[in-house]
Ligand binder design. Sequence first.
Ligand code: NAD
Length: 356
Amino acid sequence: MKIAVLPGDGIGPEIVAEAVKVLEALDLKLEMETAPVGGAAYEVAGHPLPESTLGLAREADAILFGAVGDWKYDKLDRPLRPEQAILGLRKHLGLFANFRPAICYEQLTHASSLKPELVAGLDILIIRELTGDIYFGQPRGRRTAPDGHFPGAEEAFDTMRYSRPEIERIARVAFEAARKRSKRVTSVDKANVLETFQLWKDVVTEVHKDYPDVQLDHMYVDNAAMQLVKAPKAFDVIVTGNMFGDILSDEASMLTGSIGMLPSASLNDKKQGLYEPSHGSAPDIAGKGVANPLATILSAAMMLRFSLGQEEAARRIEAAVQKVLAQGLRTPDIHSEGTTRVGTVQMGDAVVNALR
Ligand code: NAD
């Protein structure tokens, strides 16, 4: 089982080191090879996703990814910016299905910005389409406006588009996932305004005919954003497009207490996957040893489950995380009165000890 380890920038190397430590403690026969990505790769190879890194990712059964990005690269041409590495990996490996579970651990109920009774026991799964939509649609660019409110002015434009097969395959992923849970899917769209999402709604409704045992609801994205903070437990599986999923999953992360707790998996049709925390490179806390490594450690658990067929090892990691939370250990982002503040490395060590 070969794993490409891509730590990236900011807190990426710190949190990935802890996840690697946890994987090593499991005594599985995992071959792990590290390569630079993002700004770190730009520094050594002049490109955020060098051929060697992409080659390693292609060959691997799974990719453990930290995070990329730093404000200092914001002035680079867009194709050279660190964030292009993650977009490139998603595109080159066809990682179209993004799983973002949002689970509120009992011990962190009070770390949520919502009232405890609204989030206690929360366990929802956001499935975000990851290789289409306005983030990838062409054409895009800047130009002199040919028409519109200010003809002749500088303008920028992007293209939102989805094809029927792209919607069909993500809808199937959502219905299949729902079958393993409470058999409810909410499809989030903006069909009242956007053609793209009228097609989305039509296709999801058609695919649903193959899954009569699963309940399907449709919801506009503005309402979904509101319902997520009003009554989040009313959801089970949410399926949506790339941009809406990006925004809603960050919103959902706050329900769980901290974005530092949220893992994610991005899969292609061969079950090859890229596993990363839902958060970014957090340049504001990089190098301070305070980043929460649990989202990355939980991403490693998802990797064992989805790409490496190691369900038992995945459960061991998840149980170990529960145990350290029950012991009262907290990185600053989830710290509250009466708990013990620890740093990134101590948190990783505690998970390793809990495994044993
Ligand atoms: P961010 O997720 O990096 O940080 C948002 C806030 O959450 C910050 O206050 C940060 O300190 C905190 N935070 C994030 N992860 C944490 C953790 N593990 N423990 C404790 N606190 C944590 O988002 P941002 O600030 O908008 O973006 C920073 C950089 O990350 C940008 O360059 C952005 O493009 C990039 N980014 C990368 C990815 C990715 O690699 N997949 C995703 C999102 C953003």
